[in-house]
Design a protein around this ligand. Structure first.
Ligand SMILES: [Zn+2]
Length: 144
């Protein structure tokens, strides 16, 4: 179903804008990765102290424990950022994955990991809201 796109969103990104967004994405990715590494480092030290004489057991269970402790929100964002960076490499960045219209520079500047244009995003939010009303659950990914 073709939608009438908002006129200001029908401009493809210029090479300069693309480079700018790539820099923002790369910086955000690094920041999250660094924050996670610090968190994991703190966990390791804490664990090393607590399990000083249960080292074998601790290391065996460690990977699973750490993964569960990673903040779901950052992990979800990191996935989106990695996907956006991959799309830049493919030359397909900036297009809505739902309708194929340009997402638009302004929106990407505010949310460079966005994979939907504003109209499709609003549509998705409407669907999510009606779903949440029917089944009120604690959704950790409702931050967008
Ligand atoms: Zn769209």
């Amino acid at each position: 179903m073709a939608k009438a796109p908002r006129s200001e969103e029908q401009e493809p990104l210029t090479p300069k804008q693309l480079a700018e967004l790539k820099t923002i994405l790369t910086q955000r990715k690094r920041k999250i990765v660094e924050a996670e590494e610090q968190l994991l480092e703190a966990d390791r030290e804490e664990g090393a102290l607590r399990h000083a004489d249960e080292v074998d057991l601790a290391s065996a269970e460690w990977d699973v424990t750490v993964e569960h402790r990673m903040r779901g929100r950052d992990v979800a964002l990191l996935k989106k950022i990695s996907k956006a960076l991959a799309l830049i490499e493919e030359g397909a960045y900036g297009e809505c994955e739902n309708c194929g219209n340009y997402i638009g520079y302004k929106r990407l500047l505010a949310r460079p990991e966005a994979s939907l244009c504003i109209e499709c995003k609003e549509e998705q939010e409407r669907v999510e809201k009606s779903f949440m009303k029917e089944q009120p659950i604690d959704n950790p990914f409702s931050f967008e």
